[in-house]
Ligand binder design. Sequence first.
Ligand SMILES: *[C@@H]1O[C@H](CO)[C@@H](O)[C@H](O)[C@H]1NC(C)=O
Length: 223
Amino acid sequence: MLQELRLTPLAVSALAGVFVCASAHAVILNPGLNGPVATGAAPPDWFEWQKTPDTCDASGPFNNTPNPWALSPDGGTFVRAGGSDFANAEAIGQDVTGFTGGTSYQIDAYITNLGHEHPTSGDWLGQDGYWELYVNGSLASTSVTLSKPAANTDSIVWSSQSFTFVAPSSDFEIAFVSRSSAGLLAAYMGIDGLHLSEIPTPGSAIGLAAFAVAGAARRRRRA
Ligand SMILES: *[C@@H]1O[C@H](CO)[C@@H](O)[C@H](O)[C@H]1NC(C)=O
C-alpha cells in the first residue's frame, strides 16, 4: 500500500520557505553570530552598532558564575550585550542587502538573560531585559521581557523569539539592541541563531501556494 503523503503545518511552512528562498535574495550574513571570542567586538559581518557588545562562548567573557553558560540550540558563539536606557545600550548591527521594499520579514532568534556576577564582590547583578530590532534607525520590533536568573547557579535558559519588520528599501541597516526594564540599571542579555524568512501575505504567490498545498492535504486526509 502506498504511504499517504502527510503534510503537517511544518511541512507546509517548509515548502513555503522553499518558494521564498527561490524568489528572494535577502541575506543576513553570519546569522549564527559565530566568531572569535572577544570582549568589545561583534562577530564577523556584524559591527558594534553602539557601545561594546561581546562575542562569547560558555566560559565568557564575563562569566564569573561557577557554571559554564548553556549555549543556545544554535551552538557556537553568541552575542552578549548590556542593556540599559537606549543611549547606553550595547548593540550589534549589519548593513543588509537584497530585500524587497514594502515586504514583511521575520527574524527568529534565540534570546536569553544571563545575569551578571560581579568579579570581585560576587554580587548577583542584572535586571530583567529584552531585545529591540531597529531597522534603518527606527524601532521595528521588541522581544518579550526575560527575567534575570534567580541565582548565579541557575542554568541559562534560551527562548525562541520572532522579530518582524517591513523592509524600507532593498538595502538598509538592522540592529539588535539590548535593553533593561530598569533603565540605567543594566540587564545582561544574550542573542544567537538568527533565521530570516519572508512573511507570506494572503494573496501572494507564496501564500496561495502554501494554502493550496494545505488544502490538498486536508482533502486527502478526508478521502
Ligand atoms: C535605509 O538606509 C540605506 C543606507 O543604509 C539607504 O540606502 C536606504 O535608502 C534607506 N531606506 C530608507 C527607506 O530610508
